[in-house]
Design a protein. Sequence first.
Lengths: 299, 272, 293
Amino acid sequence: MDNINKPSEPTEPSALEVQISAQDVYFQYDSTDGTPPKEVLHGISMEIRKGEFVALLGHNGSGKSTMAKHMNAILLPSGGKVYVGGMNTADDDLLTDIRRTVGMVFQNPDNQLVATIVEEDVAFGPENLGIPSPEIRQLVDDALKAVGMYEYRRHAPHKLSGGQKQRVAIAGIIAMRPKCIVFDEPTAMLDPRGRQEVMETIDKLKNELGITVVLITHYMDEAARADRVIVIDDGKLLIEGTPREVFSQIALLREHHLDVPQATELAQYLRSMGYDIPEDVLTPEECARAIWAAKTSGQ
Amino acid sequence: MISDITIGQFMPGKSFIHKMDPRMKIIVMSAMIVFVFLAKNLMSMGLMTGFVFLSMLLTRVSPRMYFKGLKAIWFLVLFTAVLNMLYLRGDHVLFQWRFLTVTEEGLWQSGFIAMRLVLIIIISAMLTYTTSPTDLTAAIERLLSPLKLFRVPVHELAMMMTIALRFIPTLLEETEKIMNAQKARGADLESGGMLKRAKALIPILIPLFISAFRRAFELATAMDCRCYTGGKGRTRLNVLRYKFRDVFAFLLVAGLCAGIIYLNTLAPALVR
Amino acid sequence: MALIETHDLRFVYGKGTPFEKVALQGANLAINEGEFIGVIGHTGSGKSTLVQLLNGLLKPESGQILLNGKNIWEKPKKIRDIRFQVGLVFQYPEYQLFEETVYRDIAFGPMNKGIKGKDELDRIVRTAAEFAGLKESLLEKSPFDLSGGEKRRAAIAGVIAMEPKVLILDEPTAGLDPRGRDKILSRIKEYRKKTGSTVLLVSHSMEDIARVADRVLVMNHGNVEMFDTTENIFKQGQHLAEIGLKVPQVTQVFLELKKLGADVGTDVYTMDYAKNAALQYLRGSRTEGGEAQ
């Protein structure tokens, strides 16, 4: 994947570190009933750097899922270009290489599992790639251990909890040794325990395996864990920055029907009331400490 | 009700039979089903029955599971046996009442038929109890692969079977959920005549179909993401390889066949 | 007299099989007319079993459910009538839509109930649609052409249209974006205000429960763990955390503050309340429960 066939425009040296690059992407869904095609992405550009954890936010219908599906050539742009590790997603010959580089995990864990036994399911990707059997065994075992589901390798997927199923789905992707995984609302259908399991797994992928993570979510506490947050609205990029930078824009986010973490909102309110509290508070602990500090210094 | 059916359920284990190559299991067990029909007198039937029961114990699956499987169809066994008993005529009448006649020949015949049914059920249960659906599909795919020469899409069929097996429990669960949801809206599924009941199924079937299509669509996308492009160039996690135990099982069953044929010649046949 | 009462309500799944599991082990509770009850507990705590027992979809293993003082299983053949009085909206209810138009789908429940008059049916359907925040123009559309949030609300309208005395919603906001979630919660609040119905909202989201409920029922391992006013429940953040439930972020802020040694109350569970309490603390006056909203 290192022989980068680099696009012409961005020439800075950091471009080598780019995992996914979307350049001025337009996309429209063709209608089936004769109405004019509906454009969902209106010229959107973004870069995902290697090893980064990026959260993609936006309300339903903002185009964020459509954008995500461009990242491994499930959808192809109707205008603009998407490059994955330098490979143009529109190049049909590179399809397998692209999908091996960028894996995808979806919302409903049930609808991603193919086989009746956990380890057989995890093996599905490597089998498709034609990897020899002994190597598949190694890949499958490693992947299941990475998500903490190794003891369940002989179980039937339908008997697992939602969080466990989703971890198996993640194992199925990492068994293909991708450079990047795009998660499309992986926790939306899970209970709080399942959400936590999946989020811990995602953190682990990023920190221990060095996998680039793109996470689409509605949960702001999940987005707060990211290195960078990109907010999409109406098929365009609204803002991007570190979680602290983005969440401090409460008014803007509200206007676009997005939440902010309650801790951030509370801190900003107190700041607006004249107290010495930083505006980029993210977690309850930080918020409590900031209030405590403001109180004790004020006395 | 649905959960009462145990035939077709896989019970993981580590027995000799569990560890056999699924292809050999299919071959050997199909052969055994044929041999059940070869046994014609008490001696050969005795050998066959003994062989089946011994193999059953070898699977280390609790015999209770097999009897539970039999329970589901004991009525069928009994019904066939009684029908045969009354239908078949012979020279040695044992019992007669109005138009009902029971002969010795009829009794033997029906006994054998019942026994054959029981053995066949145990053999099939043995296959499914000890072989995971995935192994079974893989074995069928491999056994049928010569048909590829005749352009039969063997891999695709096997893939369809795997997916069906994977989604049956999910869809059963979903059916129950939808039924409950419609019941909560006052749908009456339990009363009325045939037509009314059939009509009452519409609110269940439509959501079920829509959900199945949605699942199929999402699954197809997920499979694309995992680089699935059909059977060409695919490898497998578990490669099927015949081992010594498979050869042994094969020889054992061949011996069984010879034994049955030999024992058949020692005494007159009790069954046609 | 309470509207709903349960006495030693017990339920077991898969009775007599190796998979037998006690889902509810003797629940006693009383719900009054017009209350807004939040129900929380993690998966497997028995909360979904409880709500299905309340409308007669499941039959208790032992114990009783009284609706207006009458045992709902007194006449098992009449159990369908109970389902019209206790409306239950399942999780992901949009998957139960099946009719050609939204209008006809909403009418399914009332028609099963036996509403025949065309005018009355029309009134009921339109009222229910309005409660659910569905525009008139959507009624003649196919339910499958609606957006995710609209589908969900159409399905909720289908239950509201049975004009139940009690409305139970199992995770009505699951999987929706913040906008869809806010819309559904505000519609439910509005419905309850206008009709005075009793509402039970099952949710994993403490933030949601905190926003709407008068009283909160906490389920744990098939038992009623706590059942008290929302304020009193969130005061026990530590206890909630122990049984694996997550308190709202603002409550966490105050729990942390207390840990640091600040003299603050921990019964803070909504944003407005938190803002007031934090201001009072910073200004130097001790925060007391006081007015929440």
